[in-house]
Design a protein around this ligand. Structure first.
Ligand code: XMP
Length: 502
């Protein structure tokens, strides 16, 4: 093919014709990494920090997919605790999605700045529903709705469960202000911890001289903070949480509710991101919300990545059809092998806009390959599914007695139906009506806590960096990114069997 023909195709490889043959048709299982000499003595201290956007770094460069079988509040909280980030899916009503984000944002920080409150006179039945809905174990009681004046504290332990007590009011069961230990609004974490230990209490409300509520400190949050120094937090110390929006229908209303709930960034997520619809959506979001960080996708080509940079994406999500729940390639023939897509996108935009590699990761080595070929972070769906934190029930296979959970593509008939049922919003309706299924539902083995998986991924990534001869992921990327072909070994069919068949 002549150079001019290549340029007509607007292909990223036109800028680097030498790389074209090396990458075309290639994906994760096509390469191994050539081990480099290392001087490091231990892998445990190796940093795998990387950028999600120019402004937001992740201690663990992993993002959980915005899928209804992967990320709700529980997954997003766990992801942030481990240094990654979760993207709360949009296959539900605006109110529900915003409340999932709010749960994460309130869940762990040394000080909960705006703790949830209920007024005196609330029934036990209402209080129990409220704590369940918001995933909290104790609730501040204010003198009247919106007064912000502390009257007492109702913990789960104080709350009766008998039917006969459900219509009684919280006033009868709470610890009243007169018997509560409280702290001053500017109390230090150390002092708060000392007070909580001294009085053997789990929660310390912060109030001023007029009993106005200024915050709440919980012992659980202090402990969690200490255990997770690399957790992803915003400037106020709250866990970070991302959320997905679409590109039409009520996406602006959804975005407003999510940002109001505290979402740190929005993932503008449509199947074919290299589109006029994406351009209009980003313009709409910028018009209404200014510089809110936007991660936009999905694209799979250099031209698509350049387009995303031009319309102002803060990060570009790359991947068309590699996912385990995807049928896009089978149904439409559209797609680019995932490692090739990542490299094409990187050649097109370089380090100017970070790339999120989305989909197709089957083993932990794929994460490292994505990162050294161009991605800054990696989005995982199936790899994190089947865990306690992923939405959905554990089911037992009646024949084998094996425990399983459901994992499904967001355009699978099952996911689309559920989104419609929950939301019925024009956003979801449009999507459902326009797109024939390009996703499928599968059963995956139940895998316990996602923490174990994230710790394993961190450990393997640290080992990969060590094989890369460096002590930080950033250093390996800087060394390899200019020419990964010097570090990658293409595999023959026999070498693939030797490497991966066990
Ligand atoms: P993995 O391989 O990690 O992929 O399970 C997760 C990614 O798959 C994408 N996704 C879909 N792609 N049809 C598709 O073609 C779908 O229904 C679908 N649902 C999710 C998505 O990018 C996700 O992060």
């Amino acid at each position: 093919m002549t150079t001019s023909r290549r340029q007509n195709l607007d292909d990223a490889f036109a800028a680097a014709p030498d790389e074209s043959a090396f990458w075309t048709g290639r994906t994760f299982d096509d390469f191994l990494f050539r081990p480099q000499k290392t001087d490091s003595q231990t892998r445990r201290t190796i940093s795998v920090k990387s950028l999600l956007t120019a402004e937001i770094a992740l201690d663990l460069p992993i993002v959980s997919s915005n899928m209804d079988s992967v990320t709700g509040a529980d997954m997003a909280r766990a992801m942030a605790m481990h240094g990654g980030i979760g993207v709360v899916h949009r296959g539900m009503s605006i109110e529900r999605q915003a409340s999932e984000v709010a749960v994460v944002k309130r869940s762990q920080s040394a000080v909960i700045a705006s703790p949830l409150c209920l007024p005196l006179g609330t029934t036990i039945h209402q209080a129990r529903r409220f704590t369940r809905q918001h995933g909290i174990t104790g609730i501040l009681i204010e003198t009247a709705s919106g007064s912000n004046l502390l009257a007492g504290l109702l913990s789960n332990r104080d709350t009766p469960v008998q039917d006969a007590d459900q219509d009684r009011v919280v006033d009868e069961f709470m610890t009243p202000l007169s018997r509560l230990v409280t702290g001053a609004p500017d109390i230090s974490t150390d002092e708060a911890e000392r007070l909580m230990f001294e009085h053997r209490i789990e929660r310390l409300p912060l109030i001023d001289g007029a009993n106005r509520i200024h915050g709440l400190i919980t012992r659980r949050d202090i402990n969690l903070n200490r255990k997770q120094p690399g957790a992803s937090k915003d400037n106020a110390g709250h866990l970070r949480c991302a959320a997905a929006v679409g590109a039409r229908g009520d996406y602006l209303e959804r975005a407003a509710a999510l940002l109001e709930a505290g979402a740190d960034l929005l993932f503008v997520d449509i199947a074919h991101g290299h589109s006029a619809m994406m351009e209009q959506a980003v313009a709409g979001l910028r018009g209404q919300f200014g510089s809110v960080p936007l991660v936009c996708g999905n694209v799979a080509t250099g031209a698509g990545a350049r387009f995303m940079r031009e319309i102002g994406a803060d990060a570009i999500k790359v991947g068309v059809g590699p996912g385990r729940g995807c049928r896009t390639r089978l149904e439409t023939a559209a797609g680019v092998p995932q490692l090739q897509a990542i490299r094409e996108a990187y050649l097109a935009v370089g380090d100017s806009v970070p790339i999120v590699a989305d989909g197709g990761v089957k083993t932990d080595k794929d994460i490292f390959l994505a990162l050294i070929c161009g991605a800054s972070t990696v989005m995982l769906g199936s790899a994190l599914s089947g865990t306690d934190e992923a939405p959905g029930q554990v089911i037992q296979d009646p024949a084998t007695h094996m425990k399983k959970k459901i994992y499904r593509g967001m355009t699978s008939p099952e996911a689309v139906l559920e989104a419609l049922y929950d939301s019925g919003s024009s956003d979801e309706r449009d999507a459902a009506l326009d797109v024939p299924p390009e996703g499928q539902e599968i059963q995956v083995p139940y895998r316990g806590s996602v923490s174990t998986i994230l710790q394993r991924i961190r450990g393997h990534l640290q080992s990969s960096v060590s094989y890369g001869g460096e002590t930080t992921l950033a250093a390996v990327r800087a060394k390899v990114l200019p020419d990964p072909s010097a570090f990658l070994v293409p595999l023959s069919a026999a070498a693939r069997i030797e490497s991966f068949e066990r």
